[in-house]
Design a protein around this ligand. Structure first.
Ligand code: NAD
Ligand code: WQD
Length: 340
């Protein structure tokens, strides 16, 4: 039987590119649709080196309905994994309409085009950010959703729209995957995360300090009610996440319905624990300074991944040391990302 083709929107990006590796390893043929607004087409050569085949890249926007009709009508896709979107919380506050347009409108255009083409299996990149500030950790999927910014609300709106769609047309097979804090890189060091400009997130910032691109890490507050006073998050290795998508796809193939699942490790790590683990990985001390709390930050949260384990048979296998070692390998080998 021919290998099933999967359309991966946003597949040139950080999580999407790692998922292309996991898909290829699981016997699927990933086809990337990406407008490259936050990625680099040269990722394809790296994917070729890892998997032995170069994924096709369709350069275009998920909001382009005519393009989607052409793409979905031209070959038989068994499923779509929808990563395409924008993800910077601060930018979403500054430009809510742009965020709703890309993340919400883009997802609606995609789902309608899939419906027309008869492709009804969809894995959607949601985020633990839909929970907002939780009452307790670990957070189960049944916790209330109180997203605190336009980015989080854009993810929640899409979740609700897709749940309504699945309710009205029960043939759909949809997984809403709520990622916690994705970090790390493929163990080859050939693909990884390369944020444009000054990184907002902890791990890319730590990487850039370690490689000498930035002078020091500013720890955003050490007076939180956590064991060492710094913020606690559920960091999950991007390859575990990638494998979670394959597991979600297999689950969707087995049965129609809607699954809403946390993808995290179930363990929290503080900023200082991440810094110490990274120092072990790179073998040098990282200059740090404690600054004020970052506005809008939640002190601590981590996910309850037990439903994903029960439903998909998936759990995160890679720990913080491996996340740091793999991030460091990628950063060291590719200080300019995919650019020479
Ligand atoms: P990323 O920016 O590396 O990847 C997103 C990709 O989508 C990029 O390649 C970008 O060029 C592309 N893209 C954006 N808008 C597009 C559009 N309209 N049409 C076509 N392509 C478009 O980000 P990532 O970290 O890989 O995130 C992937 C998805 O996971 C996003 O939807 C994000 O919101 C979600 N997510 C990310 C995190 C995280 O911390 N990285 C956490 C939870 C959820
Ligand atoms: C982690 C911890 C910071 C940078 C964000 C989005 C969320 C999700 C993932 C997509 C916090 C501290 C950070 C620095 C620091 N994305 N920190 N110095 O805030 O948990 O989540 O990215 O869905 O929506 O909000 O991740 O990596 O920014 O921060 O001390 O320079 O590191 O205060 O405690 P966050 P992060």
């Amino acid at each position: 039987m021919a290998s099933p083709h999967v359309l991966v929107t946003g597949g040139a990006g950080f999580i999407g590119s790692h998922t292309c590796v996991a898909l290829a390893e699981a016997g699927y043929v990933p086809v990337i649709l990406d407008n490259l607004c936050n990625s680099d087409a040269r990722v394809r050569e790296r994917l070729q080196r890892i998997t032995g085949s170069t994924p096709r890249l369709i350069e275009g926007d998920v909001r382009d309905r005519a393009l989607l009709d052409r793409v979905l009508g031209s070959e038989a896709f068994s499923a779509v994994i929808h990563f395409a979107g924008v993800k910077a919380v601060g930018d979403s506050v500054a430009d809510p309409l742009g965020y709703y347009d890309n993340n919400v409108h883009g997802s609606l255009v995609l789902a309608s085009a899939m419906r027309q083409a008869g492709v009804r299996t969809l894995i959607f990149s949601s985020s633990a950010t839909v929970y907002g500030e939780p009452d307790h950790s670990p957070i189960p999927e049944s916790a209330p959703c109180r997203p605190a910014n336009p980015y989080g609300r854009s993810k929640r709106m899409v979740e609700e729209a897709l749940a309504d769609l699945q309710q009205s047309e029960p043939g759909w097979r949809i997984a809403l995957l709520r990622y916690f804090n994705p970090v790390g890189a493929h163990e080859s060091g050939l693909i990884g995360e390369h944020p444009q400009g000054k990184p907002n997130n902890l791990m890319p910032f730590v990487c850039q300090v370690a490689v000498g691109l930035r002078e020091k890490l500013v720890i955003h507050g050490d007076d939180y009610p956590t064991p060492d006073g710094t913020g606690v998050r559920d960091y999950v290795h991007v390859m575990d996440l990638a494998e979670g998508h394959v597991a979600a796809l297999r689950h969707a193939e087995r049965q129609p319905g809607l699954a809403t699942l946390n993808l995290g490790t179930g363990r929290g790590a503080s900023v200082l624990e991440v810094v110490r683990a990274f120092e072990r990985a790179c073998g040098r001390p990282l200059p740090c300074e404690v600054g004020p709390r970052r506005p809008g930050d939640v002190p601590a949260y981590w996910g309850d991944p037990s439903l994903a384990q029960a439903t998909l048979g998936w759990r995160a296998r890679r720990g913080l040391d491996q996340m740091c070692a793999d991030s460091w390998r990628w950063q060291q080998g590719n200080p300019n990302g995919y650019a020479p």
